[in-house]
Design a binder for this molecule. Structure first.
Ligand code: 4AD
Ligand code: MG
Length: 430
């Protein structure tokens, strides 16, 4: 039977067979050490020449970096390092002998590594990031289901824009008309709440944004959530609880990964509700005391977000942005119609925006006016306006950027490492 390295703590003294890849190999006269990873974890196989037959010994000494191997042996606890396990090999099979591996132990630049992304994914740090990403995804699904949200799959081909027309990928739809790749499933979820009350989607979205910052991908994964009868304040509470759950789950289940990433876990342990809430006006005032020259009604730029979030040990909400810098569907603040009932959630330690959300305009006439103000094609939004005619209710929602969240939780610099195959302004390969 095939065993997995992750099961080793419960298998000490037992004979196992593992299949995986040798990520490091060294041998001296009578003993070989094969560092093995099998996807579930990492271990060392100790191959003593006297403990194996001739075929196994030559397999062990022939194995090159990234060769595929099968090891049979006894699991043992490392004599000095607690929590580390080895396998004392009794048989070694070389499944495929790897050619000279292009990724060495020396430092490589990001471009080289991204060119080798199909192989770089195997590096322990990249393995750890994908495992954290996986935990974030499962934590999200669990939390949403436990809180009454139904998964609704929104379409990827759409007839109109959700988040402004300047960042849309256009597609030729059978030579007959234009279609666009979805920027967010939000508008479709607003329809679905009329059926299921609370829902979420989770899928790839596309932004034809000519940005080359460490926060921007062209294709990324978004989780949109939408809930009927939820207003601005409760919308923030939902986000806060979800983010706390995600961080808690990663802290609980990804200790090995966070250690590989050398993530300082103290700031993650501070991620407890309630998160501080600042109005946009308060944020601007604070930024100015920190030396920013941001204007009173400006959107926060990446540098402003970095500056602001370096001041906090947990995520912060910035609420009530000027209507002029936000999307057409956001409901105006009844106390100040120049502003909207929205909030961006900014991650601490300089990471910045991870969630954008708002209460939605539920009034037919007000929404039609916004669509006209934004010069959006009215015809394409007819169905969206319909939702306000047939049982329109106060409702709110938000969307998180999976890669932004994973970047922050992993404590890494650039979003490009958090998606298996990043699509960037200057990169479509591999
Ligand atoms: O703030 P955004 O544009 O909001 C929306 O699309 C809403 N329709 C969501 C909703 O209310 N359902 O995007 C949401 C999040 C951002 O907060 C950010 O985390 C992420 O998506 N994001 C990006 N991540 C990586 N690369 C990009 N180019 C991103 N643009 C947005
Ligand atoms: Mg946003």
């Amino acid at each position: 039977m095939q065993h997995f390295i992750s099961q080793f703590p419960g298998l000490v003294g037992q004979t196992v067979t593992i299949k995986g890849w040798a990520y490091n190999v060294r041998s001296s006269g009578s003993i070989a050490f094969l560092q093995i990873r099998d996807g579930s974890g990492f271990t060392q196989a100790v191959v003593a020449k006297t403990a194996v037959d001739e075929a196994s010994w030559s397999a062990a000494t022939d194995a090159t970096i990234e060769s595929a191997v099968e090891i049979t042996g006894t699991v043992s606890a490392h004599p000095k390092q607690a929590g580390v396990f080895e396998v004392q090999a009794t048989a070694v099979v070389l499944i495929q002998k790897a050619e000279e591996y292009p990724i060495g132990k020396k430092e490589h630049g990001p471009d080289f590594l991204l060119d080798q992304r199909h192989l770089w994914l195997r590096a322990p740090t990249q393995w750890a990031i994908q495992k954290v990403r996986n935990e974030v995804i499962y934590a999200t699904y669990d939390w949403m289901r436990d809180h009454g949200f139904t998964k609704i799959d929104s379409p990827i081909f759409t007839p109109s824009a959700c988040e402004g027309t300047t960042e849309l990928f256009e597609i030729d739809y059978f030579g007959e008309r234009k279609a666009y790749l979805s920027q967010s499933g939000q508008l479709y979820l607003e329809a679905a709440i009329g059926s299921v009350g609370r829902c979420f989607d989770f899928g790839p979205v596309f932004r034809a944004e000519k940005s080359k910052t460490r926060r921007h991908l062209i294709e990324f994964w978004m989780m949109d959530a939408e809930a009927a009868f939820v207003e601005h304040k409760e919308n923030l509470e939902i986000q806060e609880q979800l983010v706390c759950c995600i961080v808690e789950r990663v802290l609980k289940n990804c200790q090995a990964e966070l250690k590989i990433l050398e993530r300082n876990q103290e700031p993650l342990k501070q991620v407890q509700a309630p998160f501080p809430r600042l109005t946009h006006a308060e944020a601007i005032a604070k930024l100015r005391t920190l030396g920013s020259d941001i204007g009173e009604m400006d959107d926060l730029g990446a540098d402003d977000e970095t500056l602001l979030t370096q001041q906090y040990d947990r995520p912060i909400f910035i609420e009530k942005y000027p209507a002029a810098v936000k999307a057409f569907y956001m409901k105006r603040d009844p106390n100040d119609p120049t502003r909207v009932l929205n909030a961006d959630l900014l991650a601490p330690e300089g990471y910045g925006e991870i969630i954008g959300g708002s209460q939605r305009e539920e009034n037919y006439d007000a929404l039609l006016e916004r669509i006209r103000e934004h010069k959006l094609p009215e015809e394409a939004f007819k169905w969206y306006l319909d939702l306000r005619k047939y049982g329109g209710v106060p409702h709110s929602g938000f969307g998180y950027g999976l890669e932004r969240i994973v970047t922050w939780i992993c404590g890494i610099h650039h979003v490009r490492e958090t998606i298996p195959f990043p699509r960037l302004l200057n990169r479509l390969e591999p």
